[in-house]
Design a protein. Structure first.
Length: 83
């Protein structure tokens, strides 16, 4: 009997930013239609199953998310005023 993977769920996503680059690592679950997890795979980790290269659009979205979270943190700790 064949098993059909119907979707991939992102379980963990880690963004690491250094002076040289932005690194994206994580884990995903491959899911059946009924929600059952068939397998787990890592993304860009050591011995990772899937190697993901940033497209220009992905890089922009990651940068926008990082900037947004930074602004939220600065607002919470009182470095900047919310607008």
């Amino acid at each position: 009997m064949a098993v059909l993977i119907s979707s991939a769920r992102i379980d963990q996503l880690q963004i690491t930013r250094t002076d040289e680059a932005v690194k994206l690592e994580g884990t995903i679950s491959l899911m059946k239609e009924d929600g059952m997890i068939l397998a787990k795979q890592s993304i860009n980790g050591y011995g990772g199953d899937i190697k993901l290269e940033f497209t220009g659009e992905t890089a922009k979205l990651v940068r926008a998310l990082s900037d947004h979270v930074k602004r939220e943190i600065e607002n919470i700790i009182g470095i900047t005023e919310s607008t």
